[in-house]
Design a protein around this ligand. Sequence first.
Ligand code: EAX
Length: 325
Amino acid sequence: MKKIGLFHLILMLVLMISTTAPAANPFAIKLGVVTKPGAAQNIMAEKFKKRVEARSDGAYTVKIFHSASIGNETEILQQIQMGTIHMGVITGGPFDTFDPIVRVINYPFLFKDHDQADRILDGPLGDEILKSLETSGFKGLCFSENGFRNLTNSKRAVTGPDQVKGLKIRVMSSALHKAIWQALGANPTPMPWPIYTELEQGVIDGQENPLWVMEVYKFYEIQKFMTLTRHVYSPHINVASLNWFNGLPAADQTLITEAAVEAARFQRKDNREKNAARLALVREKGMQVADDPDVDAFRKRVAGLKDLDLYQAPRVQDLLIRMLE
Ligand code: EAX
């Protein structure tokens, strides 16, 4: 283990004494994800860990708490707010109860491809979202990705919204995701991650997630049908506890932010490069894939979402309008 510099040691003691909600040592970063090694979030977290530890020459360490070992995404976010853990790589879904602005980036069919997603999220509109999170106690660092979400189920082939009717679909703990699947005629059931057992036991018929989930969680064992709906582009928001982050020296804040941005760039590329092989894998495992569903029909069914209460807060509505332009 590398030695911690004297500067950081003194600072550590000062911060440990002065911080009211102690996540103990401010240089031993605790980071939470709900997914397991190999998952998109974990690839992001591991890359971040490497970069921060190398760049700071060991002054910072990162411990990754994965597989929901410190709680589901809502609980991780609460702990970050309180400052009892420092960071998280969190999907958009459960985040929207903490700040409704997050609903804007989870709007269905908002982005048509990865380039557009990157351009918007890495640009001023993305910055507005990250900045907004400060109101609820988070420092938003950057976006990495879960990816475009696709529907899977165990009951029947789905090529358009008509066949979705009545399917019991697990959705993230998010009012928006519930509303999307209600509008599509499904019977949406909000449930935190992971969900393998519920799918296996038939408590739910289906779920929706990006391709990597099929591989890492072996959903091809328990889901027969996949529809490439790409209905929501799902970013991860990389967040830190605002109090903790603001208490760090400016140079360290920059180091941490840059490490996160670099890791996110790596993770998005890595995730995208693997998608073709994942699609081949699920076919090989026997899943029936509808790769050209009636996306226009899906889109029409969810067109009214922007008028729901979910989007009525003025700053949320304003940003959504600008996003949809
Ligand atoms: O990556 O809860 C979800 O569906 C999320 O996409 C989860 O992070 C799996």
